[in-house]
Design a protein around this ligand. Structure first.
Ligand code: URA
Length: 442
């Protein structure tokens, strides 16, 4: 067998055999294989698609090209993954919250790239916090306290690292089977028994429409189920930043505020919906209602925040940030962006908000860029809010050397104000399980 045969099969629209898929995954992880042959196959897959069976096999074969975690933890281990967005700090709050209700949460996370943030960068805003932790210690922390969040190991799905880099330069990123297998191979290698997926759609997300995100979610749920992992996905809105805080230390603060009962609204609501499902899949609650009561009690009793402190201590960090958020990195300068029009906020170009935050130092343009963990912004208004000229829309946080004027221009061009009243968009659009798709109606 060689890659030319496999390219030929896919070019003709054929279904690849298990052996062909294994050969492809192994070739992707083998530095001696040829970029142009892998790229030709990626394009054939992009154009001809893959069946659900092929996509599930590809995810598993890709996962097997690197380290695969076998947690060996009593009970059901659970993971949560978001397809990425702006101001989405649900993982930081949810992981300890679910653990404080008895869950065993194992989570490997990535760094931010482009306009979206990454959980690992956010955690590094906590003084002393370690995110590169050997596998045995990672597992012991989960056994002891119920949760831990670490960076992806260097040898996690090497096939994906190669294919992702090739897709980036061959216009083959926008392929549902390739995105689904890229994400799910890392989830399968992460070792959790159950996976809750938050598939975002909207101006700040990978998928721009509800239909596209449902298609991706269905493919990912199918991959999980076919590989023996209980998997449920929600389609949620990224039509504007989820939480008001955007930036690394600022999002840690938002998570602490949520766990302390100070942050309400969309970030809390989406966290509760995902958390309910994590508890149900962990068999700690029979239904959403019971699970919600458990989560709300963990919040009001302070058990969720205590669990976050435990996790921070176990990972070498300074847990006093939970009682005094002023200990987090703080920017020296602020600038308030004010509305230049009367009316209602109709739409928000969320990607531009993420880009404004990146311009202030909170994000990277390329993989090796240094972050300013204190930089970012806080949005004061959401879609549907009425504003008058001069009202503050957002505060920028930055250090000397950054230019708030360009970031301000980005914010003003991202926030579309019009005279007609509009309703705030819904937060959760659909739930996808092995039994099918449930669309939430108004
Ligand atoms: N995230 C991934 O890990 N892979 C993709 O293909 C897209 C987003």
């Amino acid at each position: 067998m060689d890659l030319i045969d496999i390219i030929e099969t896919k070019k003709q629209g054929g279904e690849l055999s298990k052996e062909q898929i294994r050969y492809f995954a192994m070739a992707a992880a083998d530095e001696n294989s040829l970029d142009y042959q892998l790229s030709a196959l990626l394009m054939a897959i992009r154009l001809k698609g893959m069946t659900a069976r092929e996509t599930a096999m590809l995810s598993l074969e890709m996962a097997n090209t690197g380290d695969v975690l076998v947690p060996n933890i009593d009970g059901i281990t659970v993971d949560k993954h978001s397809t990425g967005g702006v101001g989405d700090t649900t993982s930081l709050a949810l992981v300890p919250l679910v653990a404080s209700c008895g869950g065993k949460v194992i989570k490997m996370s990535g760094r931010g790239l482009g306009h979206t943030g990454g959980t690992i960068d956010k955690l590094e805003a906590i003084p002393g916090m370690k995110v590169e932790i050997p596998e045995d210690i990672f597992i012991n922390i989960v056994k002891e306290i119920g949760c831990c969040i670490v960076g992806q190991s260097k040898n996690l799905v090497p096939a994906d690292k190669r294919l992702y880099a090739l897709r980036d330069v061959t216009a083959t990123v926008d392929s549902v089977p390739l995105i689904a297998s890229s994400i799910m191979s890392k989830k399968l290698a992460g070792g959790a028994d159950a996976i809750v997926l938050d598939v975002k759609f909207g101006s700040g997300a990978l998928m721009k429409t509800v239909d596209e995100s449902i298609e991706l979610a269905k493919a990912m749920v199918d991959i999980g189920i076919k590989n023996g992992r209980e998997t449920v996905a929600f389609i949620t809105s990224m039509q504007e930043p989820l939480g008001s805080h955007v930036g690394n230390a600022l999002e840690v603060k938002d998570a602490i505020d949520l766990l302390s009962g100070r942050t309400k609204g969309p970030l809390l609501e989406v966290s509760l919906i995902l958390g309910e499902q994590m508890l149900i899949l962990s068999k700690l609650a029979d239904d959403e209602n019971t699970a919600r009561q458990m989560l709300l009690y963990a919040l009001s009793s302070g058990r969720g925040l205590d669990k976050f402190k435990q996790m921070i201590r176990a990972q070498g960090g300074d847990d006093s940030v939970c009682d005094d958020v002023s200990l987090l990195p703080k920017a020296k300068l602020t600038h308030v962006v004010k509305a230049n029009k009367n009316g209602y906020i109709h739409t928000v170009d969320t990607q531009r908000i993420g880009e404004a935050s990146r311009m202030l130092g909170a994000g990277r343009r390329s993989k090796d860029d240094e972050l300013d963990l204190a930089a970012g912004l806080i949005m004061h208004r959401r879609i549907g809010d009425k504003v008058n000229i001069g009202d503050s829309i957002c505060t920028l946080y930055y250090n000397p050397g950054k230019d708030p004027v360009s970031a301000e221009e980005y914010i003003l061009s991202a926030v579309n104000i019009d005279s007609e009243e509009v309703k705030a968009p819904r937060l959760v659009y659909a739930k996808i399980t092995k039994r099918g798709t449930h669309i939430y109606e108004d």
